[in-house]
Design a binder for this molecule. Structure first.
Ligand SMILES: Cc1cc2nc3c(=O)[nH]c(=O)nc-3n(C[C@H](O)[C@H](O)[C@H](O)COP(=O)(O)OP(=O)(O)OC[C@H]3O[C@@H](n4cnc5c(N)ncnc54)[C@H](O)[C@@H]3O)c2cc1C
Ligand code: FES
Length: 414
């Protein structure tokens, strides 16, 4: 259960209300995503007590414009409590928009040693994106937000004894988790090296451009950045053109440069648009990098129904069924045995929430595992890839946010 708001949180609310009134009087536009976290609201949302699923209120301390389309929000806990996270993890921001609470995942881009004890996330506007547009244009210092997490398995755990060779490959806003990893590993692992291959459309769109340069200076010899641009300014020395498999293979070979043989074998972390990730995957395969040393993070749900699972053989193909018809969905456990109808194309999560069942969830795109339910009867199609481990699949778990029923289904909601 969420705590009652403390005195300082109430003061924050009071201050914000004052500024809202002042803005109204002065005719300034209001920030429409301000978030309050009264207990009744949590109960109404049916959020469970587990830490991952209990929203925490954070205050935007600073807003830094990175590019025309991207801003970094520095977040602090109004109580001063530090954030505990692993580099690469993400927060789920709860944003109120037109009477709806929208949840969106944003990777923590700050390192583990942020002097404020806070964290930062960088939001890049996607065309017609509801939340990203709002945050990029309207987030202001002092605004309060609800956040869930941190969550996610795309992580590094810095360890001073490691002699790591970390290769980070990013595209556009996919730099965010990689930047957190780079800062944290460089600061905490004195013998490790980090190499970054960073693809962008143009020079002006490079997020953290100056910060990356300064990190290269600070950790000269241990951190190198190779930029690849689709269109570049005159005299450009970096890579040029849209990366294809051949170009990416060449870039990765170039990055290898003078590898220190005493380091651990390179480990690859990849985050960017799906097209780039597919290219990198093929390039790494061509370079015979074992799959166990490749880690990927996706910012958008794959939206493909490619992994049928059934209660008799979870995780195995259940034939050529499709989730194109309404199906009865029985929600056991916390769902208290209620049966609802999942309409064609609806995820189990959407069906459960739509019927008012307190389904746990956070990122809603298969990235955090918060919506895990056990498939007791029936079969579903699950979007792939997602964060579910093979062990969880073997135990019959599916992700409610990424699964659609292909028959009458019974699941147990933990
Ligand atoms: C684990 C994880 C970490 C993430 N970290 C970051 C981050 O650090 N910085 C960041 O800017 N974003 C990040 N995202 C993406 C973010 O969660 C939102 O999906 C994104 O901001 C779009 O939300 P929206 O409400 O603006 O768009 P919506 O209103 O939901 O969608 C508008 C349109 O844009 C398309 N769309 C939605 N998301 C994307 C996307 N990511 N790329 C391209 N098209 C999209 C939709 O299909 C739709 O057509 C992350 C996502 C995940 C799953
Ligand atoms: S809510 Fe995050 S995986 Fe489903």
């Amino acid at each position: 259960m969420a705590p009652w708001p403390s005195v300082s949180a109430r003061l924050d609310t009071f201050r914000r209300d004052l500024s809202t009134v002042a803005n109204d009087v002065l005719g300034r536009p209001r920030t429409s995503f301000e978030w309050r976290v009264p207990l009744a609201r949590h109960l109404a949302m049916g959020l469970p007590r587990r830490a991952l699923l209990t929203p925490r209120t954070v205050r935007i301390e600073r807003v830094i414009r990175e590019t025309e389309e991207a801003v970094t929000l520095h977040l602090v806990d109004p109580e001063g409590s530090p954030f505990v996270f692993l580099p690469g993890q993400f927060l789920t921001l709860l944003v109120e928009l037109e009477g709806e609470t929208l949840r969106r995942a944003y990777s923590i881009c700050s390192g583990l040693d942020e002097p404020t004890g806070g964290v930062a996330v960088t939001v890049k506007r996607v065309p017609n994106g509801r939340v990203s547009s709002l945050l990029v244009t309207q987030a202001r210092p002092g605004d309060l937000l609800g956040v869930l997490g941190p969550s996610g398995n795309f992580t590094v755990s810095p360890d001073a004894a490691r002699r790591r060779d970390l290769v980070l490959i990013g595209g556009g806003s996919g730099i965010t988790p990689l930047f957190s990893m780079a800062q944290s590993v460089l600061a905490r692992e004195p013998a490790s090296t980090v190499r970054l291959l960073f693809a962008n459309r143009s020079w002006d769109e490079i997020i953290f451009r100056a910060a990356l340069e300064s990190l290269e200076e600070t950790y000269s010899g241990r951190f190198t950045v190779r930029h690849v641009l689709e269109s570049a300014p005159e005299g450009w020395q970096g890579g040029l053109g849209r990366l294809d498999v051949e170009g990416c293979t060449a870039e990765l070979e170039g990055l290898a440069g003078a590898i220190d043989e005493t380091l651990e074998p390179p480990e690859f972390f990849v985050c960017g648009p799906e097209g780039l990730m597919a290219v990198v995957r093929d390039a790494l395969r061509a370079l015979r990098v074992p799959a166990s040393r490749i880690h990927e993070e996706r910012f958008a749900s794959p939206g493909q129904l490619t992994s049928p699972a059934s209660s008799s053989s979870p995780g195995q193909s259940a034939g050529s069924t499709t989730a194109s018809a309404p199906q009865p969905l029985t929600l056991g456990g916390r769902g208290q045995g209620r049966t609802v109808v999942a309409s064609a194309g609806q995820t189990l999560l959407e069906a459960g929430l739509g019927a008012g069942v307190a389904m746990p969830f956070s990122c809603a795109v298969g990235g955090c595992g918060a919506c895990k339910v056990r498939l007791v009867l029936g079969s579903v199609e699950m979007e792939e890839p997602n964060c579910l481990s093979s062990e969880e699949r073997a135990r019959g778990f599916v992700l409610a946010c990424a699964s659609r029923a292909t028959s009458a289904v019974t699941v147990e909601v933990p």
